[in-house]
Design a protein around this ligand. Structure first.
Ligand code: ADP
Length: 475
C-alpha cells in the first residue's frame, strides 16, 4: 500500500501513554485509517506502529507527535514522514515479549523491585490489543517510580519465529522482564508469571490441534522439557537453566505419541520436525547404522558451526527407538553391532551439550527394552508415559475425528459420542479413529446399490448414524 506523506507537528500537553502512540488527523481518513486502527509509521530505517486517534489541534496532512514521541522517532516538527496502513495478520499475538526495564525518574532513593506477576498484569490491562514493536519504549509508573520499558524481543507463540519485529499484546502474552544493567532494579516472581501464562495457552490449544485427551500430559511435557526453550537464551542463562536435550514418550501404540511429538516440534521451530524410525535406521550393512545415526545430527552440527547462537532448534523425532537402543549386551547376534550403535547415539547426545540446538524426542512402546544409559540425566531425561485415554479423553478424540463430518452435516442427529466413549474402554486413539472410519464405511455402504456400483451416490443422503457406530464398535 502506498505511503502517505505527513508533516510532523507538535501536540502540546498530551499525556504520554506510550512513546509511540500518536494522535493524528489524516487528509482522507476513510482511505487511510479510521480512529483506532493501526498504522505503520516508517522512520529513519525503523518501523513504528501507531494507534491513530483524532485531535482537534492537528491540521489535515499532519501528524501530531509530542516532544518525547518526536525524540524517540528522531524527527522534528516540520519534517515529512510517511505513514501507511498496517493490518495485523491473523494470529497476530505476542506470546513472548522481553522487556528491558530501566528507571526514567527515580522518585525514591532506594533500589526498586518489580514484581513480574503484578507488572505483567498492569501492563496488559493498559496496553491490551496494542501492537508492540521491537525497540519500542513504554513508560510505566509503578509504586511511585517511573520505569522505562524497551521491547527487546517478540515471538509469536507456537510459531517458532524468534525474530519477528512486532506483535499484539494480548491476555496470553507472556512477558519476560530484564533489568537494564546498572539500573539497580530487582525482578521478583519472574518464573511464576511465565509459567501461569504459558500453561493456560497450551491447554487451550490442544484440541484445536487435533490431539484429544492428553492435556495433562502435554502440560507436564511442556513444563519439564520446553518451558525453558520459549525463553530467549540470554534469559535462561541468567536463570541458570540448562535446556533439556532429550525426552522419551512411552506407552501403548496408537495413543498419540507421534502426534504430540510432531506438534511439539512444530511449536518449537515452526516447521515439520525430522522423523526417523528405528528399524529404518538399522541398516543391514554393518557400519551403515552408525553412519545413519551420525547423519541425523549433521544438519544441527553444520548449522551450529556456521551460525553459532543464531542456529535454529533442530527437533529430531526417533520413533521405535527401542529397535536400535536395546540394552547393550542384550542382543544375541554376537556381533556387538547393537552395542556400538547405542554408543554412537550416546556420544551424539552427549555432544549435543555443546550444540544446545538439538532436541531429541524418542518414542517407544517398550521402555523396558531400552538401554538404561539412554535414560540418564542429560540424555532422554524427561520421560512421559502416554497411556490409553480415559472416557473424557475418548470423547475428545471421537469429537476430533468426527468434526469434519459434523461440519458437513453427515453426522446423524441420533449419534451420541459420549455413549460410544463409554463403550470403548481400553481403546487407543488410533483404534477410536478406526471406529469412526468403520462407522463411515457402514454409512457409505448403505448408499451403494449392490446391483449397480456405477450408479451415482446420492451425496445429500449420506448420514453416519448411531447404529453405524454401534456396528463399528462391535466389529
Ligand atoms: P503412537 O505414536 O502413539 O503409536 P500415533 O500418534 O501415530 O500413535 O497415532 C496414530 C493415529 O491415531 C494418529 O495419527 C491419530 O489420527 C490417531 N490418534 C491417536 N491418538 C490420538 C489422540 N490422543 N487424539 C487424536 N487422535 C489420536
Amino acid at each position: 500500500m502506498a505511503n502517505d506523506a505527513m508533516t510532523v507537528t507538535n501536540t502540546p500537553g498530551r499525556d504520554l501513554v506510550s512513546t509511540n502512540f500518536a494522535y493524528c488527523s489524516l487528509v482522507d481518513r476513510r482511505r487511510l485509517a479510521t480512529p483506532g486502527s493501526r498504522l505503520v509509521f516508517a522512520c529513519v530505517g525503523d518501523t513504528w506502529v501507531l494507534s491513530i486517534g483524532s485531535h482537534d489541534e492537528v491540521p489535515n496532512g499532519s501528524i501530531g507527535l509530542n516532544a518525547i514521541q518526536r525524540k524517540y522517532l528522531r524527527v522534528s516538527t516540520g519534517d515529512t514522514i510517511s505513514v501507511r496502513r498496517f493490518t495485523p495478520p491473523e494470529n497476530f499475538n505476542l506470546a513472548l515479549l522481553t522487556l528491558e526495564v530501566d528507571f526514567l525518574s527515580r522518585a525514591k532513593a532506594r533500589d526498586e523491585e518489580i514484581d513480574a506477576v503484578v507488572v505483567a498484569q498492569l501492563l496488559k490491562k493498559r496496553l491490551i490489543d496494542q501492537v508492540m514493536t521491537v525497540g519500542q519504549k513504554v513508560t510505566f509508573e509503578y509504586r511511585g517510580n517511573n520505569f522505562l520499558f524497551t521491547v527487546n524481543q517478540a515471538d509469536v507463540e507456537g510459531q517458532g519465529k524468534p525474530d519477528i519485529e512486532r506483535g499484539m499484546l494480548c491476555t496470553d502474552t507472556y512477558i519476560v522482564f530484564e533489568a537494564a544493567s546498572g539500573s539497580g532494579i530487582k525482578i521478583i516472581n519472574q518464573r511464576e508469571s511465565a509459567s501461569s501464562n504459558i500453561f493456560r495457552q497450551k491447554e487451550f490449544n490442544l484440541k484445536a490441534l487435533g490431539i484429544g485427551g492428553l492435556s495433562a500430559e502435554f502440560a507436564d511435557i511442556f513444563r519439564r522439557a520446553f518451558a525453558s526453550r520459549v525463553f530467549p537464551s540470554h534469559v535462561t542463562s541468567k536463570l541458570g537453566i540448562k535446556h533439556v536435550k532429550g525426552m522419551l514418550l512411552y506407552g501403548p501404540p496408537g495413543t498419540g505419541k507421534t502426534l504430540m511429538a510432531r506438534q511439539i516440534g512444530k511449536m518449537l521451530n515452526g516447521k515439520e520436525p525430522k522423523i526417523v524410525n528405528g528399524p529404518e535406521v538399522l541398516s543391514k550393512f554393518v557400519g551403515e547404522t552408525e553412519k545413519n545415526v551420525r547423519d541425523l545430527f549433521a544438519d544441527a552440527e553444520n548449522d551450529q558451526r556456521t551460525r553459532g547462537d543464531q542456529s535454529d532448534l533442530h527437533v529430531i523425532i526417533f520413533d521405535e527407538i527401542d529397535a536400535i537402543c536395546k540394552s547393550r549386551g542384550s542382543t544375541r547376534d554376537g556381533t556387538g553391532v547393537h552395542d556400538s550403535i547405542v554408543n554412537q547415539l550416546l556420544t551424539k547426545i552427549d555432544g549435543v551439550e555443546a550444540l544446545n540446538n538439538v532436541l531429541l524426542i524418542g518414542m517407544t512402546n517398550r521402555k523396558d527394552l531400552l538401554d538404561e544409559a539412554l535414560l540418564r540425566p542429560g540424555r532422554l531425561e524427561v520421560q512421559v508415559e502416554i497411556s490409553l485415554p480415559d472416557e473424557a479423553g475418548r470423547l475428545q478424540i471421537l469429537e476430533i475425528h468426527t468434526n469434519k463430518m459434523k461440519e458437513n452435516s453427515f453426522l446423524a442427529a441420533d449419534v451420541n459420542l459420549a455413549e460410544i466413549a463409554a463403550r470403548t474402554k481400553n481403546y487407543s486413539g488410533a483404534e477410536l479413529e478406526g471406529v469412526v472410519k468403520s462407522a463411515v464405511s457402514y454409512a457409505l455402504n448403505r448408499q451403494l446399490s449392490m446391483d449397480d456400483l456405477t450408479k451415482p451416490v446420492d451425496e445429500e443422503n449420506i448420514k453416519v448414524t448411531m447404529d453405524d457406530f454401534l456396528n463399528a464398535v462391535s466389529e
